[in-house]
Design a protein around this ligand. Structure first.
Ligand code: ADP
Length: 442
Protein backbone atom coordinates (compact mmCIF):
# COMPACT_ATOMS: atom_id res chain seq x y z
CA UNK A 1 0.00 0.00 0.00
CA UNK A 2 1.35 3.46 -0.83
CA UNK A 3 2.41 6.13 1.62
CA UNK A 4 -0.55 8.56 1.34
CA UNK A 5 -2.98 5.70 1.88
CA UNK A 6 -0.99 4.61 4.94
CA UNK A 7 -1.00 8.17 6.30
CA UNK A 8 -4.71 8.37 5.80
CA UNK A 9 -5.29 5.11 7.63
CA UNK A 10 -3.16 6.31 10.50
CA UNK A 11 -5.04 9.61 10.76
CA UNK A 12 -8.44 7.96 10.86
CA UNK A 13 -7.21 5.29 13.25
CA UNK A 14 -5.96 8.06 15.56
CA UNK A 15 -9.27 9.87 15.23
CA UNK A 16 -11.09 6.68 16.29
CA UNK A 17 -8.74 6.21 19.19
CA UNK A 18 -9.17 9.81 20.28
CA UNK A 19 -12.95 9.43 20.24
CA UNK A 20 -12.71 6.22 22.27
CA UNK A 21 -10.38 7.93 24.81
CA UNK A 22 -12.69 10.94 25.03
CA UNK A 23 -15.73 8.76 25.66
CA UNK A 24 -13.78 6.69 28.22
CA UNK A 25 -12.75 9.86 30.01
CA UNK A 26 -16.38 11.09 30.02
CA UNK A 27 -17.58 7.73 31.35
CA UNK A 28 -15.00 7.92 34.17
CA UNK A 29 -16.16 11.41 35.20
CA UNK A 30 -19.78 10.12 34.97
CA UNK A 31 -18.92 7.22 37.27
CA UNK A 32 -17.52 9.64 39.85
CA UNK A 33 -20.81 11.54 39.93
CA UNK A 34 -23.04 8.49 39.16
CA UNK A 35 -24.16 10.18 35.93
CA UNK A 36 -22.55 8.06 33.24
CA UNK A 37 -25.27 8.51 30.59
CA UNK A 38 -25.37 12.27 31.04
CA UNK A 39 -21.58 12.51 30.92
CA UNK A 40 -21.48 10.46 27.66
CA UNK A 41 -24.21 12.63 26.12
CA UNK A 42 -22.37 15.83 27.01
CA UNK A 43 -19.10 14.40 25.66
CA UNK A 44 -20.79 13.43 22.34
CA UNK A 45 -22.41 16.86 22.10
CA UNK A 46 -19.01 18.57 22.54
CA UNK A 47 -17.49 16.20 19.99
CA UNK A 48 -20.23 16.90 17.40
CA UNK A 49 -20.03 20.63 18.02
CA UNK A 50 -16.31 20.52 17.32
CA UNK A 51 -16.89 18.76 13.99
CA UNK A 52 -19.69 21.16 13.11
CA UNK A 53 -17.36 24.08 13.74
CA UNK A 54 -14.64 22.70 11.46
CA UNK A 55 -17.22 21.79 8.76
CA UNK A 56 -18.55 25.36 8.93
CA UNK A 57 -15.02 26.74 8.62
CA UNK A 58 -14.42 24.54 5.55
CA UNK A 59 -17.64 25.67 3.92
CA UNK A 60 -16.73 29.31 4.49
CA UNK A 61 -13.31 28.81 2.99
CA UNK A 62 -14.68 27.05 -0.09
CA UNK A 63 -17.37 29.61 -0.81
CA UNK A 64 -15.58 32.86 0.05
CA UNK A 65 -12.45 33.39 -2.01
CA UNK A 66 -10.85 35.82 0.44
CA UNK A 67 -11.15 33.69 3.57
CA UNK A 68 -7.87 31.99 4.42
CA UNK A 69 -8.00 28.43 5.74
CA UNK A 70 -7.38 28.08 9.48
CA UNK A 71 -5.57 25.25 11.13
CA UNK A 72 -7.84 22.35 11.79
CA UNK A 73 -7.59 19.63 14.29
CA UNK A 74 -7.23 15.87 13.77
CA UNK A 75 -8.76 14.67 10.49
CA UNK A 76 -9.78 18.21 9.71
CA UNK A 77 -6.17 19.34 9.60
CA UNK A 78 -5.48 16.65 6.98
CA UNK A 79 -8.57 17.57 4.95
CA UNK A 80 -7.63 21.27 5.06
CA UNK A 81 -4.07 20.56 3.96
CA UNK A 82 -5.20 18.40 1.02
CA UNK A 83 -7.72 20.99 -0.15
CA UNK A 84 -5.20 23.78 0.17
CA UNK A 85 -2.78 21.83 -2.02
CA UNK A 86 -5.51 21.22 -4.65
CA UNK A 87 -6.42 24.89 -4.70
CA UNK A 88 -2.78 25.90 -5.14
CA UNK A 89 -2.38 23.47 -8.01
CA UNK A 90 -5.51 24.84 -9.75
CA UNK A 91 -4.29 28.37 -9.28
CA UNK A 92 -0.97 27.54 -10.96
CA UNK A 93 -2.72 25.76 -13.86
CA UNK A 94 -5.08 28.69 -14.35
CA UNK A 95 -2.13 31.06 -14.44
CA UNK A 96 -0.35 28.94 -17.04
CA UNK A 97 -3.45 28.70 -19.28
CA UNK A 98 -3.99 32.42 -18.95
CA UNK A 99 -0.46 33.11 -20.12
CA UNK A 100 -0.86 30.70 -23.09
CA UNK A 101 -4.11 32.40 -24.14
CA UNK A 102 -2.40 35.79 -23.69
CA UNK A 103 0.52 34.76 -25.88
CA UNK A 104 -1.84 33.33 -28.52
CA UNK A 105 -3.87 36.51 -28.60
CA UNK A 106 -0.76 38.68 -28.77
CA UNK A 107 0.69 36.66 -31.66
CA UNK A 108 -2.55 36.56 -33.68
CA UNK A 109 -3.05 40.25 -33.02
CA UNK A 110 0.40 40.87 -34.49
CA UNK A 111 -0.40 38.88 -37.69
CA UNK A 112 -0.32 41.12 -40.76
CA UNK A 113 -3.35 39.24 -42.17
CA UNK A 114 -6.82 39.78 -40.80
CA UNK A 115 -8.30 36.73 -39.06
CA UNK A 116 -11.98 36.43 -38.12
CA UNK A 117 -13.41 33.38 -36.33
CA UNK A 118 -16.99 32.75 -37.46
CA UNK A 119 -19.37 30.30 -35.78
CA UNK A 120 -21.71 27.82 -37.47
CA UNK A 121 -24.43 30.47 -37.77
CA UNK A 122 -22.19 32.99 -39.51
CA UNK A 123 -21.64 35.17 -36.43
CA UNK A 124 -18.33 36.76 -35.50
CA UNK A 125 -16.75 35.10 -32.48
CA UNK A 126 -13.38 36.81 -32.46
CA UNK A 127 -11.14 38.88 -34.74
CA UNK A 128 -7.63 40.29 -34.58
CA UNK A 129 -6.42 43.86 -34.95
CA UNK A 130 -5.55 43.47 -38.64
CA UNK A 131 -9.10 42.25 -39.37
CA UNK A 132 -10.49 45.26 -37.51
CA UNK A 133 -8.38 47.59 -39.66
CA UNK A 134 -8.93 45.79 -43.00
CA UNK A 135 -12.65 45.04 -42.68
CA UNK A 136 -13.59 48.05 -40.55
CA UNK A 137 -14.78 45.84 -37.67
CA UNK A 138 -15.28 47.44 -34.27
CA UNK A 139 -13.89 45.59 -31.28
CA UNK A 140 -16.66 44.74 -28.83
CA UNK A 141 -19.56 46.06 -30.91
CA UNK A 142 -19.21 43.69 -33.84
CA UNK A 143 -18.68 40.49 -31.87
CA UNK A 144 -21.78 38.35 -32.31
CA UNK A 145 -22.83 40.21 -35.50
CA UNK A 146 -23.46 38.30 -38.70
CA UNK A 147 -20.39 38.68 -40.91
CA UNK A 148 -22.52 38.99 -44.10
CA UNK A 149 -24.02 42.18 -42.70
CA UNK A 150 -20.58 43.69 -42.31
CA UNK A 151 -18.75 42.49 -45.44
CA UNK A 152 -21.04 43.65 -48.19
CA UNK A 153 -20.29 42.07 -51.56
CA UNK A 154 -22.72 40.31 -53.92
CA UNK A 155 -20.69 37.09 -53.96
CA UNK A 156 -19.67 37.05 -50.31
CA UNK A 157 -22.65 35.09 -48.90
CA UNK A 158 -22.16 32.23 -51.37
CA UNK A 159 -18.42 32.41 -50.81
CA UNK A 160 -18.83 32.08 -47.04
CA UNK A 161 -20.95 28.95 -47.23
CA UNK A 162 -18.65 27.38 -49.82
CA UNK A 163 -21.44 27.39 -52.43
CA UNK A 164 -19.09 29.32 -54.66
CA UNK A 165 -16.99 26.44 -55.86
CA UNK A 166 -14.18 28.18 -57.65
CA UNK A 167 -11.87 27.53 -54.68
CA UNK A 168 -10.07 30.78 -55.46
CA UNK A 169 -9.86 33.64 -52.95
CA UNK A 170 -12.54 36.28 -53.32
CA UNK A 171 -11.26 39.71 -54.26
CA UNK A 172 -13.34 42.56 -52.91
CA UNK A 173 -12.84 46.31 -52.73
CA UNK A 174 -11.74 47.38 -49.27
CA UNK A 175 -14.62 48.70 -47.14
CA UNK A 176 -12.20 51.31 -45.80
CA UNK A 177 -10.88 52.59 -49.13
CA UNK A 178 -12.45 51.75 -52.50
CA UNK A 179 -9.09 52.00 -54.27
CA UNK A 180 -7.66 49.12 -52.23
CA UNK A 181 -8.35 45.44 -52.84
CA UNK A 182 -8.70 42.68 -50.28
CA UNK A 183 -8.29 38.99 -50.92
CA UNK A 184 -10.56 36.84 -48.72
CA UNK A 185 -10.15 33.16 -47.93
CA UNK A 186 -12.38 30.86 -45.90
CA UNK A 187 -10.86 28.01 -43.91
CA UNK A 188 -13.52 25.68 -42.44
CA UNK A 189 -12.64 23.90 -39.18
CA UNK A 190 -14.21 22.26 -36.15
CA UNK A 191 -17.97 21.91 -36.02
CA UNK A 192 -19.19 24.27 -38.75
CA UNK A 193 -16.79 27.00 -37.68
CA UNK A 194 -14.84 29.00 -40.20
CA UNK A 195 -11.80 31.20 -40.20
CA UNK A 196 -11.94 34.16 -42.57
CA UNK A 197 -8.48 35.35 -43.58
CA UNK A 198 -8.28 38.79 -45.19
CA UNK A 199 -5.18 40.13 -46.90
CA UNK A 200 -4.52 43.50 -48.46
CA UNK A 201 -3.40 42.83 -52.05
CA UNK A 202 -3.60 46.43 -53.30
CA UNK A 203 0.14 46.63 -53.87
CA UNK A 204 0.14 43.39 -55.88
CA UNK A 205 -2.82 44.69 -57.92
CA UNK A 206 -1.03 47.95 -58.59
CA UNK A 207 2.08 46.08 -59.74
CA UNK A 208 -0.05 43.89 -62.02
CA UNK A 209 -1.68 46.92 -63.52
CA UNK A 210 1.72 48.60 -63.98
CA UNK A 211 2.95 45.48 -65.77
CA UNK A 212 -0.16 45.45 -67.95
CA UNK A 213 0.16 49.12 -68.77
CA UNK A 214 3.82 48.66 -69.56
CA UNK A 215 3.13 45.76 -71.97
CA UNK A 216 0.31 47.73 -73.61
CA UNK A 217 2.33 50.95 -73.89
CA UNK A 218 5.47 49.22 -75.15
CA UNK A 219 3.45 47.33 -77.80
CA UNK A 220 1.69 50.50 -78.80
CA UNK A 221 4.95 52.44 -79.08
CA UNK A 222 6.57 49.68 -81.15
CA UNK A 223 3.77 49.68 -83.64
CA UNK A 224 4.57 52.99 -85.37
CA UNK A 225 8.30 52.39 -86.04
CA UNK A 226 7.45 48.90 -87.23
CA UNK A 227 4.89 50.28 -89.69
CA UNK A 228 7.59 52.57 -91.11
CA UNK A 229 10.07 49.70 -91.43
CA UNK A 230 7.47 47.50 -93.08
CA UNK A 231 6.61 50.26 -95.53
CA UNK A 232 10.24 50.53 -96.68
CA UNK A 233 10.62 46.76 -96.77
CA UNK A 234 7.55 46.56 -98.99
CA UNK A 235 9.14 49.02 -101.41
CA UNK A 236 12.47 47.19 -101.36
CA UNK A 237 10.69 43.89 -101.95
CA UNK A 238 9.12 45.26 -105.10
CA UNK A 239 12.44 46.59 -106.32
CA UNK A 240 14.15 43.31 -105.58
CA UNK A 241 11.47 41.48 -107.53
CA UNK A 242 12.08 43.84 -110.40
CA UNK A 243 15.69 42.59 -110.30
CA UNK A 244 17.04 46.11 -109.94
CA UNK A 245 19.93 47.13 -107.74
CA UNK A 246 18.57 45.06 -104.92
CA UNK A 247 18.49 41.74 -106.77
CA UNK A 248 21.23 40.27 -104.56
CA UNK A 249 19.20 41.22 -101.52
CA UNK A 250 16.08 39.36 -102.61
CA UNK A 251 16.37 36.55 -100.04
CA UNK A 252 17.37 38.71 -97.03
CA UNK A 253 14.63 41.20 -97.85
CA UNK A 254 12.04 38.44 -98.04
CA UNK A 255 13.23 37.15 -94.65
CA UNK A 256 13.15 40.64 -93.13
CA UNK A 257 9.64 41.11 -94.47
CA UNK A 258 8.47 37.79 -92.99
CA UNK A 259 10.06 38.55 -89.62
CA UNK A 260 8.63 42.06 -89.48
CA UNK A 261 5.20 40.65 -90.32
CA UNK A 262 5.63 38.24 -87.42
CA UNK A 263 6.67 41.09 -85.15
CA UNK A 264 3.51 42.89 -86.22
CA UNK A 265 1.40 39.87 -85.28
CA UNK A 266 3.11 39.58 -81.87
CA UNK A 267 2.45 43.26 -81.18
CA UNK A 268 -1.18 42.89 -82.23
CA UNK A 269 -1.57 39.85 -79.98
CA UNK A 270 0.05 41.64 -77.03
CA UNK A 271 -2.29 44.58 -77.52
CA UNK A 272 -5.27 42.24 -77.74
CA UNK A 273 -4.19 40.50 -74.51
CA UNK A 274 -3.74 43.84 -72.77
CA UNK A 275 -7.21 44.90 -73.92
CA UNK A 276 -8.68 41.60 -72.74
CA UNK A 277 -7.11 42.05 -69.33
CA UNK A 278 -8.08 45.65 -68.82
CA UNK A 279 -11.50 46.04 -70.37
CA UNK A 280 -12.63 42.52 -71.27
CA UNK A 281 -15.29 42.29 -68.60
CA UNK A 282 -16.61 45.76 -69.35
CA UNK A 283 -17.54 44.82 -72.91
CA UNK A 284 -21.25 44.42 -73.60
CA UNK A 285 -22.62 40.89 -73.70
CA UNK A 286 -25.23 39.64 -76.14
CA UNK A 287 -26.77 36.50 -77.54
CA UNK A 288 -24.25 34.99 -79.97
CA UNK A 289 -25.40 32.70 -82.74
CA UNK A 290 -22.36 30.43 -82.37
CA UNK A 291 -23.32 28.00 -85.22
CA UNK A 292 -23.47 30.92 -87.67
CA UNK A 293 -20.20 32.32 -86.34
CA UNK A 294 -18.46 28.94 -86.75
CA UNK A 295 -19.77 28.55 -90.31
CA UNK A 296 -18.56 32.01 -91.28
CA UNK A 297 -15.11 31.52 -89.73
CA UNK A 298 -14.78 28.05 -91.29
CA UNK A 299 -15.44 29.61 -94.71
CA UNK A 300 -12.70 32.19 -94.10
CA UNK A 301 -10.25 29.52 -92.95
CA UNK A 302 -11.04 27.25 -95.91
CA UNK A 303 -10.30 30.09 -98.25
CA UNK A 304 -7.00 30.95 -96.55
CA UNK A 305 -5.97 27.30 -96.21
CA UNK A 306 -6.27 26.74 -99.95
CA UNK A 307 -7.31 23.11 -99.63
CA UNK A 308 -4.37 21.90 -97.58
CA UNK A 309 -6.68 20.53 -94.87
CA UNK A 310 -10.20 19.25 -94.64
CA UNK A 311 -12.18 21.53 -92.35
CA UNK A 312 -15.42 20.00 -91.06
CA UNK A 313 -18.05 21.50 -88.86
CA UNK A 314 -20.55 19.69 -86.67
CA UNK A 315 -22.82 22.08 -84.81
CA UNK A 316 -26.08 21.98 -82.90
CA UNK A 317 -28.23 24.58 -84.61
CA UNK A 318 -30.21 26.85 -82.34
CA UNK A 319 -27.70 26.54 -79.51
CA UNK A 320 -26.65 30.12 -78.80
CA UNK A 321 -24.40 31.56 -76.17
CA UNK A 322 -24.68 34.66 -74.01
CA UNK A 323 -21.29 36.38 -74.14
CA UNK A 324 -18.92 38.83 -75.80
CA UNK A 325 -18.85 38.12 -79.58
CA UNK A 326 -15.34 39.48 -80.27
CA UNK A 327 -13.84 37.28 -77.57
CA UNK A 328 -15.69 34.14 -78.64
CA UNK A 329 -14.67 34.76 -82.23
CA UNK A 330 -11.06 35.15 -81.16
CA UNK A 331 -11.25 31.86 -79.18
CA UNK A 332 -12.56 29.95 -82.19
CA UNK A 333 -10.10 31.59 -84.62
CA UNK A 334 -7.07 30.92 -82.44
CA UNK A 335 -7.97 27.27 -81.88
CA UNK A 336 -8.69 26.62 -85.57
CA UNK A 337 -5.56 28.53 -86.65
CA UNK A 338 -3.44 26.38 -84.32
CA UNK A 339 -5.04 23.16 -85.55
CA UNK A 340 -4.30 24.15 -89.15
CA UNK A 341 -0.82 25.40 -88.34
CA UNK A 342 0.37 22.30 -86.54
CA UNK A 343 -1.44 19.63 -88.57
CA UNK A 344 0.46 18.62 -91.72
CA UNK A 345 -1.23 19.09 -95.09
CA UNK A 346 -3.85 16.45 -95.83
CA UNK A 347 -5.00 16.37 -92.19
CA UNK A 348 -8.50 16.91 -90.83
CA UNK A 349 -9.75 19.64 -88.54
CA UNK A 350 -13.23 19.44 -86.98
CA UNK A 351 -15.06 22.20 -85.15
CA UNK A 352 -17.88 20.96 -82.89
CA UNK A 353 -20.49 22.90 -80.92
CA UNK A 354 -22.91 20.91 -78.77
CA UNK A 355 -24.67 20.92 -75.43
CA UNK A 356 -23.29 18.23 -73.13
CA UNK A 357 -25.38 17.59 -70.00
CA UNK A 358 -26.71 21.08 -70.51
CA UNK A 359 -23.27 22.69 -70.68
CA UNK A 360 -22.30 24.00 -74.13
CA UNK A 361 -18.99 22.74 -75.43
CA UNK A 362 -16.89 24.07 -78.29
CA UNK A 363 -14.26 21.61 -79.47
CA UNK A 364 -11.61 21.90 -82.16
CA UNK A 365 -10.01 18.55 -83.03
CA UNK A 366 -7.21 17.71 -85.41
CA UNK A 367 -5.30 14.61 -86.43
CA UNK A 368 -1.96 16.40 -86.22
CA UNK A 369 1.17 15.52 -84.24
CA UNK A 370 -0.45 15.76 -80.81
CA UNK A 371 1.20 17.11 -77.67
CA UNK A 372 3.10 15.21 -74.97
CA UNK A 373 1.35 15.28 -71.58
CA UNK A 374 4.14 17.20 -69.82
CA UNK A 375 3.51 20.27 -71.98
CA UNK A 376 -0.26 20.44 -71.46
CA UNK A 377 -0.33 22.39 -68.18
CA UNK A 378 1.95 25.10 -69.59
CA UNK A 379 0.44 25.61 -73.06
CA UNK A 380 -1.58 28.67 -72.10
CA UNK A 381 1.45 30.53 -70.73
CA UNK A 382 2.57 33.50 -72.77
CA UNK A 383 5.25 32.63 -75.31
CA UNK A 384 5.31 28.98 -74.27
CA UNK A 385 6.19 26.78 -77.23
CA UNK A 386 6.79 23.07 -77.41
CA UNK A 387 9.26 23.49 -80.21
CA UNK A 388 10.73 26.99 -79.94
CA UNK A 389 12.39 26.72 -83.35
CA UNK A 390 9.09 26.08 -85.10
CA UNK A 391 7.06 29.03 -83.92
CA UNK A 392 9.23 31.46 -85.82
CA UNK A 393 8.77 29.76 -89.14
CA UNK A 394 5.08 28.90 -89.01
CA UNK A 395 3.65 32.29 -88.10
CA UNK A 396 2.77 31.54 -84.46
CA UNK A 397 3.21 34.25 -81.87
CA UNK A 398 3.18 32.07 -78.74
CA UNK A 399 0.25 34.13 -77.48
CA UNK A 400 -2.69 32.37 -79.14
CA UNK A 401 -3.64 30.07 -76.27
CA UNK A 402 -3.02 32.82 -73.68
CA UNK A 403 -5.62 34.89 -75.53
CA UNK A 404 -7.98 31.89 -75.66
CA UNK A 405 -7.61 31.31 -71.93
CA UNK A 406 -8.35 34.94 -71.09
CA UNK A 407 -11.36 35.08 -73.38
CA UNK A 408 -12.74 31.91 -71.79
CA UNK A 409 -12.12 33.14 -68.25
CA UNK A 410 -14.35 36.10 -69.05
CA UNK A 411 -17.11 33.59 -69.78
CA UNK A 412 -16.42 31.38 -66.74
CA UNK A 413 -15.48 28.69 -69.24
CA UNK A 414 -12.77 26.10 -68.91
CA UNK A 415 -10.24 25.01 -71.52
CA UNK A 416 -9.78 21.24 -71.59
CA UNK A 417 -6.94 19.92 -73.73
CA UNK A 418 -6.94 16.29 -74.71
CA UNK A 419 -4.05 15.18 -76.86
CA UNK A 420 -2.24 12.00 -77.83
CA UNK A 421 1.13 12.25 -79.56
CA UNK A 422 0.91 10.82 -83.03
CA UNK A 423 -2.90 10.77 -83.01
CA UNK A 424 -4.09 14.36 -82.65
CA UNK A 425 -5.43 16.97 -80.26
CA UNK A 426 -8.77 18.29 -79.09
CA UNK A 427 -9.00 21.73 -77.53
CA UNK A 428 -12.41 22.06 -75.87
CA UNK A 429 -14.01 25.06 -74.21
CA UNK A 430 -16.71 24.08 -71.72
CA UNK A 431 -19.08 26.91 -70.83
CA UNK A 432 -21.35 27.04 -67.78
CA UNK A 433 -24.95 26.03 -68.52
CA UNK A 434 -26.28 29.44 -67.45
CA UNK A 435 -24.75 30.85 -70.63
CA UNK A 436 -26.89 28.70 -72.95
CA UNK A 437 -29.53 30.45 -74.94
CA UNK A 438 -31.44 27.57 -76.52
CA UNK A 439 -33.91 27.79 -79.42
CA UNK A 440 -33.07 31.40 -80.07
CA UNK A 441 -34.58 33.10 -83.08
CA UNK A 442 -31.14 33.07 -84.68
P1 ADP B 1 1.63 29.67 -81.12
O1 ADP B 1 1.39 31.03 -81.60
O2 ADP B 1 3.06 29.27 -81.04
O3 ADP B 1 0.75 28.68 -81.80
P2 ADP B 1 -0.10 29.17 -78.92
O4 ADP B 1 -0.19 29.83 -77.58
O5 ADP B 1 -1.27 29.29 -79.79
O6 ADP B 1 1.19 29.74 -79.59
O7 ADP B 1 0.24 27.65 -78.71
C1 ADP B 1 1.28 27.26 -77.84
C2 ADP B 1 1.95 25.98 -78.31
O8 ADP B 1 1.02 24.90 -78.20
C3 ADP B 1 2.36 25.99 -79.74
O9 ADP B 1 3.64 26.51 -79.90
C4 ADP B 1 2.29 24.54 -80.16
O10 ADP B 1 3.51 23.92 -79.86
C5 ADP B 1 1.24 23.95 -79.23
N1 ADP B 1 -0.04 23.72 -79.94
C6 ADP B 1 -1.12 24.54 -79.95
N2 ADP B 1 -2.13 24.00 -80.65
C7 ADP B 1 -1.68 22.81 -81.11
C8 ADP B 1 -2.27 21.77 -81.91
N3 ADP B 1 -3.52 21.86 -82.40
N4 ADP B 1 -1.51 20.68 -82.14
C9 ADP B 1 -0.24 20.58 -81.69
N5 ADP B 1 0.35 21.53 -80.94
C10 ADP B 1 -0.34 22.63 -80.64
Amino acid sequence: MNAPANDMRRVWWMAGMRLAAWLAFAALIGLLFHRVTLALLVALAIYTAGHLFFAYQLHRWLTQARVEPRDGFGVWREIYTELFRLKQRNRRRKKRLKSIVGEFQASTAALPDGAVVIDGRGRIVWFNNAAAALLALRAGQDNGQRIVNLVRHPRFAAFLTGADQTGAPLEVPSPVNDADTLSLRIVPYGDGQRLLVARDISEQKRLESTRRDFAANASHELRTPLTVLRGYLEMMKEEAVDAGELAAWRVPIREMDAQSARMGRIIDSLLRLARLESEGLAQAQEVIDVPAMIRRLAEDFRRADEGRHEIEIDVENGLSLFGRPAEIESVISNLVANALRYTPAGGHVTVRWHGRNGAPRLAVSDDGPGIAAEHLPRLTERFYRIDPGRGASDGGTGLGLAIVKHGLEHHEAELVIDSTPGVGSTFAAVFPRQRVVADSAA
